[in-house]
Write a protein that binds this ligand. Structure first.
Ligand SMILES: [Fe+2]
Length: 301
């Protein structure tokens, strides 16, 4: 009798949590500001805007507007770590959201969700293990080439298994990236080798923070490693944090700024991203985010 009496209360509480996660928090965008002491003395600061995992679909006008407002941060460089779209018509909406940011120096990699249209899945699977083991072999069915070509035409560097260099904020930046390691599209051998020691900054980009990739970037001397993919856990437990990372990185580094490897010379920043799969449109205790990384001189060395 007592259990039966509690059922309506439990159902109401569940509905409230779902409403909060799907309507409120999913649209409660946060800007994270971090300082990273990674530059040589006397150089910088360099402002990097890190965006990731927008998973844009038509109709997400609040997200589009928020992204467009990031231009006001006056970043020297924009880094997009992938999973930008989640709909065949989304490329135009993404370009519209990025707007003036596309006129700034930028780099990008693609994520698996830029290639493959989202499919229905039981959200509980998200808590059971990496999604790559669920994905069946199929040909890409989203306009990833259009996405890539439009960002490249704007001047952003495509870093899917590529190296390059650019100038941002008056600094020479050596850059490198890999294809989505989560679906084994990383081909590190094609970019392997020491990062340019003469550059003011050595920046590495990967969609998924897989340790096998991060280890190689760090060994090749990259100073700053940027990744997305994890969504910060997306559905987190207050006081505990992420339940899963959906990749090889540990729970402690599912989001935010850490040394890589622990105690090592490089810095790793993992973005919790701005969106979700349309089939799991909820975030809890893990607000959608973009990050303004202000690079400043090291305190020694
Ligand atoms: Fe994603």
């Amino acid at each position: 009798m007592r259990v039966r009496a509690l059922l309506p209360v439990t159902a109401a509480a569940g509905a409230a949590v779902l409403g909060y996660a799907g309507i409120v928090e999913r649209n409660w965008f946060a800007l994270r500001r971090l300082e990273i002491p990674v530059l040589a003395p006397g150089t910088g600061p360099l402002r990097i805007l890190h965006i990731s995992d927008t998973h844009l679909t038509p109709g997400r006008t609040r997200l589009q507007s928020w992204i467009r407002s990031l231009e006001d941060l006056d970043p020297h460089l924009v880094v997009n770590t992938g999973d930008s779209i989640a709909h065949p018509e989304a490329v135009g909406y993404l370009l519209d959201a990025l707007g003036p940011l596309l006129r700034r120096p930028g780099v990008f990699v693609l994520g698996s969700n830029d290639l493959f249209a989202p499919e229905p899945f039981n959200p509980a699977y998200y808590l059971l293990g990496p999604s790559s083991i669920r994905r069946t072999e199929k040909a890409p069915d989203l306009p990833w080439e259009k996405l890539r070509d439009e960002m490249a035409a704007a001047g952003w560097l495509d870093l899917d298994n590529r190296r390059g260099k650019l100038t941002a904020g008056g600094l020479d930046v050596a850059v490198a990236g890999v294809g989505d390691a989560h679906i084994k599209r990383d081909r590190y051998a094609e970019i392997a080798g020491p990062a340019d020691p003469a550059a003011d900054l050595r920046l590495a980009v990967t969609h998924s923070p897989e340790p096998r990739v991060l280890d190689q970037f760090a060994a090749d001397g990259y100073d700053l490693l940027l990744a997305g993919h994890t969504h910060g856990g997306q559905l987190c437990l207050p006081g505990y944090g992420a339940i899963v990372t959906n990749c090889g990185i540990d729970r402690e580094r599912v989001r935010g700024l850490h040394r890589y490897p622990a105690g090592g010379p490089a810095w790793l920043h993992v973005s919790a991203g701005l969106g979700t799969s349309p089939w799991a449109p909820a975030r809890f205790a893990c607000r959608p985010e973009a990050s303004l990384l202000t690079l400043i001189p090291r305190t020694s060395g």
